[in-house]
Ligand binder design. Structure first.
Ligand SMILES: C[S@@+](CC[C@H](N)C(=O)[O-])C[C@H]1O[C@@H](n2cnc3c(N)ncnc32)[C@H](O)[C@@H]1O
Length: 241
């Protein structure tokens, strides 16, 4: 029997921790933007798609949907056969072709935890976005970290695996760290650390500009109101210059 790697257990626990996210609601928001600005023949790519919970609701929104994530284990938890899955780093895209609609959701961009990687992400997108293509991404801002840091300190047991999550937001470095410890069935304890960088709201506009992109809209997430630096999560809609 093939040995189950700790990564697969982490993937299972992360999926469990994200179970309260309303992906159908999230997908409706993305669909509404795409219905307005995109085309039903668009070839789309989701970056940092995780276990494809969001993509499951968007499969029929596009002519074809590719999903990608750096974690093979996260992608493998999805059984959706309509999705083309590619394991890759979102700041080092392996694609030769262009996409009409590229999107990422749920703070995934915050995982690029230094300015160089963030800029590489946009440079790669700039190269892989078709001439009139759209990029949608959301980011978490400081108020989101401050609001949720306490509730992200939690523990539980799922499918026989005990887990503890510790969450710390360092206001000086603007790094939000999540330490996840799991106890495997054989008693071994394994830990993963996820670090997200909470960039200044205005910094995103600078880094887009330096990679030949610009924001056509920036909304307070899940609304069509303009975002501000006080928003918790903001939704960017971006085009090539
Ligand atoms: C908070 S989860 C969000 C997953 C998914 N977007 C969702 O809404 O459920 C962040 C995801 O980013 C992925 N990730 C982190 N760094 C990445 C990178 N450099 N390239 C691609 N994926 C990355 C992780 O593996 C994880 O699946």
């Amino acid at each position: 029997m093939e040995e189950v790697k700790p990564y697969s257990y982490f993937a299972m626990i992360y999926s469990h921790l994200m179970r309260s996210v309303d992906y159908s609601f999230w997908a409706k928001y993305i669909k509404e933007i795409h219905d307005t600005l995109g085309d039903k023949n668009d070839i789309a790519l989701e970056l940092a798609a995780g276990n494809c919970s969001l993509a499951n609701h968007l499969t029929h929104q596009f002519k074809k949907l590719y999903v990608s994530d750096i974690s093979k284990e996260m992608l493998m938890t999805s059984t959706n056969k309509n999705l083309e899955k590619v394991c890759c780093d979102m700041s080092l895209l392996p694609f030769k072709n262009k996409f009409d609609f590229i999107y990422s959701a749920f703070d995934s961009v915050n995982y690029l935890n230094n300015e160089t990687r963030l800029s590489e992400y946009f440079a790669n997108i700039s190269n892989n976005l078709s001439e009139n293509g759209l990029l949608l991404f959301d980011v978490s801002l400081k108020n989101n970290s401050l609001k949720h840091v306490k509730s992200l300190n939690r523990k539980g047991i799922y499918n026989g695996i005990k887990y503890i999550q510790k969450s710390v937001f360092d206001e000086k470095t603007k790094i939000h760290s999540n330490f996840i410890k799991i106890k495997l069935k054989d008693g071994k304890v394994v830990e993963e650390v996820h670090q997200q960088k909470i960039y200044d709201f205005y910094y995103y506009f600078e880094v887009l500009e330096s990679n030949n992109l610009f924001a056509i809209e920036c909304f307070d997430s899940f609304t069509f109101n303009d975002a501000t630096e006080d928003s918790e999560r903001v939704q960017f809609i971006v085009k090539r210059k």
